[in-house]
Design a protein around this ligand. Structure first.
Ligand SMILES: Cc1ncc(COP(=O)(O)O)c(C=O)c1O
Length: 984
């Protein structure tokens, strides 16, 4: 045993460099484990030793040796150097940040300057109570963020004039692609019908939509739709083919506001639906799309207080008219009631995503942009309808002042009805104008040699307008004349077309009131700042403060994604270094950072595989083999990539059934495009057949897609790119410490072996972001959610290769410790070699449910009374709980959880005897107010609220009792309900 016992002894270097520290957990290599590892990893070294003892191993290495098949083990340690301290990492990041130049960007094209209300920035964006929360699948402990998302949905619905808005998508481009799928699924016209889009769609939106359309065999016809006045004209534009959908920009990418009503009527006449990609700020002044005939609206909410962030993250929005709610992708918050009849919020229309129906899926989105949607919703709460209208009118007034200066100076505009964006004709001089503007610190956009595009926004100043006028060589405007109302004829929003009338948007006007509102919401929620969130497959580990700090530095947060490359050197260098590290960790040859969620990475990776086969003349390779235990997104992504899903069975031990795989590979030998497999499996086990599986598929000419969502079990232990896989996505919002934000943001980069590198994503406007031969844009921005990449960069740099390895080792230790201590109370469903699990374990409650009547739901809700977030419920196996503690939870927290689960197990026995109805488990969770009234339960109040082990001084009180989901779905309400007059 070690002779040192101090708390920090664990993973910190010895004070005296000559002291060699060894203990049961193996030698502490003080030269490779950085100081920060001891902050990131929960268990102290003596805890590690005692946990290893419980498991019967004498070192972490021995445990991992026993759990992981030798055939896949890495032979070399990860070659990534750790930084000496948190201060040093911040200094390095400052250095990188200083290589970015933050100028004033008036580029527009979907990204605008905005002021994040400071009360929102500090109390939401920079507040762990918001950013460390998980997706609100457990609604009783998520009422705060569910209310914030309901505000967001109400805002989008009101502004677009469409009844139902979801609680965010990934960006405007992908939202438009999702709208295409909604229109295709709803329209009854022929299968070979086309999508018609206006020529003035944002270029990146057109690219993302085309990337999505191509594998589905959908033709996208881009044309000037302004002239389409009737059905015949539309049909003829489509080459006399059927049209299932029409997509227009409102206002157009060129700035022009077009009247799309006649087009919408024509579209409906031919059986098509209409989607408007609309600017939300403009909509405060414009006739809402729902009023002129759009069926769907999409866009970004970035300019509602969310920094441009070099492209993201921002919340994309999507709203639909009533009747289309069942085709809506993404998460939808709905109003329901709890056991006591009080209003309560929950995800509506199935707890999980209704669109992910394996091979029948229409979308693969799960992780969205919740944190950013909350911010955008709060921007609307803060400013209210009048404030938003004022910001919009001021923005319009700035554009108008500049337009008048330009036309007075003899220049011609390409627009005559605009909101904030001007197309300016400068024959032969566009480059010169751009250079002159740049000299004064302003970025404009060059459309071609003769045309400049520019946008005003919330933060544009008179000085900016004057500098731009100078750059064009025209007399500068003296002032910005106030505009009372825009002059857009029937496209002007009327006073009757009201929005944000709900009290929530008209109440919190002082900062004191706003601060308290935000605080009251986060107080309702359980996030990592309160306790462990042991959600299997989610990796809810520490998101350290140092890692989070750079996110709001202007050098990272204020860059326009299409800014000239020499202004973004620091961010691109950060992308390059992070890619290199991820390549080292995974063994792949090349990484693309563009996909902004795991789901998007899956889609990108499968497209790369498909394109590779096509390049080899293997057009017939269209089958994707997917084990039955796979995450739902896998099959959904395969369908979106134009592949046919063939399901491979699992054995009773939970492994991929090799015989079934062999039979299916043989049967479809010539058509196998890929095997898509998760490793360690979604059952939480290191299967020792993985290399054989990869060989079998390769031998048949297929590729192996390895879902890397569980990489937290493999860092420094095994490299997928070396043990047989061709491509993986990684979830940076799991393994690499980007916080979950209540359901997003995420980052889902893909790593590929060199033969797939030519088929990584690229971008229409930033050619540096991917290969010419790539699959097209997967996300709207060239580097996806670039502004949160410093988080993962900082984590890797803080812990280095040895610290990453230690993270994975301890993640495996923690999971096995829980599995071992709980297995006599709850059977552990699957184990691998030596009865070990990987980084998570599945507790099988099915037998207990049969015996006692107590369901996984009862256990999950009762855990709330004990002060825990429930583990993952019923995934990947119905009736089970999947527990993933991660390396960041210390032994005390693991023990607290174990003891709570053991106590609940005893309560199950009691329920079996006395009847589950009326039991404390069925009555859970218990609110404070439920204790105060009449008490008709057979258990006492103390048992309800302060069961064994709950520290009364740290009690978490859920704000609502168990929520009735069915009621909410039968009575679908997805906007803010009228205020309640007290609960009870
Ligand atoms: C195994 C697995 N694959 C893929 C995904 C999808 O990732 P994302 O939610 O970032 O789209 C998840 C997400 O939970 C997952 O657990």
């Amino acid at each position: 045993m070690s002779t040192r016992t101090s708390h920090d002894q664990a993973l910190t270097p010895a004070a005296d460099a000559d002291v060699v520290v060894t203990d049961d957990a193996g030698p502490l290599d003080t030269t490779t484990l950085s100081d920060f590892v001891g902050r990131h990893v929960g268990p102290r070294q003596d805890d590690v030793a005692s946990m290893l003892q419980t498991l019967g191993y004498d070192s972490l290495e021995a445990l991992v040796d026993a759990a992981v098949p030798p055939a896949i083990r890495s032979t070399e340690p990860l070659s990534i150097e750790a930084s000496p301290s948190e201060h040093a990492v911040i200094a390095e990041l400052r250095q990188l940040a200083s290589r970015n130049q933050v100028l004033t960007s008036m580029i527009g094209l979907g990204y605008y300057g905005t002021q994040t209300p400071p009360v929102v920035k500090r109390n939401i964006l920079e507040n762990p109570a918001w950013y460390t929360a998980y997706t609100p699948y457990q609604p009783e402990i998520s009422q705060g963020r569910l209310e914030a998302l309901l505000n967001y949905q109400t805002m989008v619905s009101d502004l677009t004039g469409l009844a139902i808005a979801n609680a965010s998508l990934l960006d405007e481009g992908t939202a438009a692609a999702e709208a295409m799928a909604v229109m295709r699924r709803t329209s009854k016209v022929a299968q070979d019908a086309v999508l018609v889009v206006d020529k003035d769609l944002l270029p990146q939106t057109l690219d993302v939509v085309t990337t999505r359309a191509t594998p589905l065999g959908i033709d996208v016809v881009a044309a000037d739709l302004e002239q389409v006045g009737d059905a015949d004209a539309l049909r003829s534009l489509a080459g006399d083919r059927d049209v299932f959908g029409v997509l227009v920009q409102y206002p157009g990418a060129d700035g022009q506001i077009r009247d799309w009503q006649a087009l919408a009527e024509a579209a409906h006449e031919v059986g098509a639906l209409v989607t408007a990609a609309a600017d939300l700020l403009a909509l405060t002044l414009l006739a809402p799309p729902g009023e002129w005939g759009a069926d769907v609206a999409v866009g970004t909410t970035q300019r509602f207080g969310v920094p441009m962030g070099y492209g993201g993250p921002h919340a994309g929005y999507l709203s639909v008219r009533r009747g289309l709610e069942r085709t809506l992708p993404g998460r939808l918050v709905g109003v329901s009631k709890d056991d006591d009849g009080n209003t309560a919020y929950r995800l509506a229309l199935q707890t999980r995503e209704q669109h992910i129906r394996r091979e029948k899926a229409t979308s693969n989105i799960t992780t969205a942009q919740v944190l950013l949607a909350v911010m955008a919703g709060m921007y609307a709460v803060w400013h209210g309808p009048d404030g938003l209208r004022r910001i919009a009118l001021e923005t319009h007034a700035k554009a108008r002042a500049l337009a008048e200066a330009l036309t007075s100076g003899g220049l011609e505009l390409g627009v005559d009805r605009y909101f904030d964006t001007l197309t300016v004709k400068t024959p032969g001089k566009a480059a010169e104008v751009l250079a002159a503007a740049l000299d004064t610190g302003i970025n404009l956009w060059q459309v071609d040699e003769d045309t400049v595009l520019l946008s005003a926004d919330e933060v544009t100043t008179l000085a900016d307008l004057r500098a731009v006028a100078d750059a064009f060589g025209v007399p500068a405007p003296e002032s910005i004349a106030t505009v009372e109302a825009p002059e857009w004829g029937r496209l002007t929003r009327t006073p009757e077309q009201t929005y944000l009338t709900h009290p929530v948007f008209n109440t919190y006007k002082s900062e004191t009131a706003m601060l308290r509102y935000i605080r009251s919401l986060s107080d309702k929620d359980f996030a990592l700042d309160r306790g462990m969130i042991p959600l299997g497959s989610c990796t809810m580990k520490l998101n350290s403060t140092t890692e989070m700090e750079p996110v709001t530095w202007p050098e990272f947060s204020a860059l326009h994604p299409f800014a000239p490359l020499d202004q973004t050197e620091g961010s691109r260098e950060l992308v390059r270094q992070l890619s290199e590290w991820l390549e080292e960790i995974t063994g792949y040859d090349k990484v693309s950072m563009q996909p902004n969620a795991g789901s998007q990475g899956e889609f990108a990776g499968l497209l790369a595989i498909r394109k590779y086969h096509l390049a080899n003349g293997d057009d017939q390779r269209t089958i994707c083999l997917i084990p039955s235990s796979a995450h739902g997104t896998n099959a959904a992504s395969a369908v979106m990539a134009g592949l046919k899903v063939v399901v491979v069975k699992s054995t009773s031990e939970g492994e991929v059934d090799l015989e079934d795989l062999r039979a299916k590979v043989d049967k479809h030998r010539a058509e196998v495009a890929a095997l898509m497999v998760t490793y360690p499996s979604t059952h939480g086990v290191y299967e020792d057949t993985i290399t054989e599986l990869c060989e079998m598929v390769h031998e048949a000419g297929g590729q192996v897609y390895l879902d890397g969502a569980n990489l937290n079990a493999m860092m420094g232990i095994a490299k997928p790119g070396e043990f047989g896989a061709d491509v993986s996505h990684l979830n940076l919002h799991k393994t690499f410490t980007i916080p979950h934000g209540g359901g997003g943001p995420g980052v889902g980069p893909i790593g590929v072996r060199s033969h797939l590198a030519p088929y990584l994503p690229n971008h229409p406007l930033i050619t540096d972001a991917g290969p010419d031969t790539g699959v097209g844009a997967i996300s709207a921005a060239p580097y996806g959610s670039a502004s949160i990449l410093p988080i993962s960069w900082a984590y890797i740099r803080l812990v280095g290769g040895a610290g990453l390895t230690r993270s994975s080792q301890v993640a495996v230790l923690n999971a096995n410790y829980i599995a071992r201590r709980l297995h006599e109370h709850y059977p552990v469903l699957y184990t691998g070699a030596d009865d070990l699990v990987a980084h998570e374990c599945i507790l099988d409650l099915r037998g207990l449910t049969k015996e006692t009547g107590v369901t996984v739901d009862d256990v999950a809700k009762r855990l709330i009374d004990y002060g825990f977030h429930a583990p993952t419920m019923s995934f990947p196996v119905a009736g089970t709980l999947m527990v993933e503690p991660t390396e960041s939870e210390d032994k005390a927290e693991l023990d607290r959880f174990i003891e709570a689960m053991v106590a609940i197990r005893a309560e199950m026995d009691e329920a079996a005897e006395d009847g589950v109805e009326g039991s404390v488990l069925r009555g859970a969770p218990h609110t404070a107010v439920s204790l105060a009234g009449d008490w008709g339960h057979r258990y006492d109040r103390m048992t309800a609220a302060y069961p064994q082990g709950v520290d009364p001084t740290r009690k978490y009180w859920p704000p609502v009792r168990r929520i009735d989901g069915v009621y909410g779905d039968r009575n679908l309400v997805t906007t803010c309900p009228p205020p309640q007059t007290g609960q009870g």
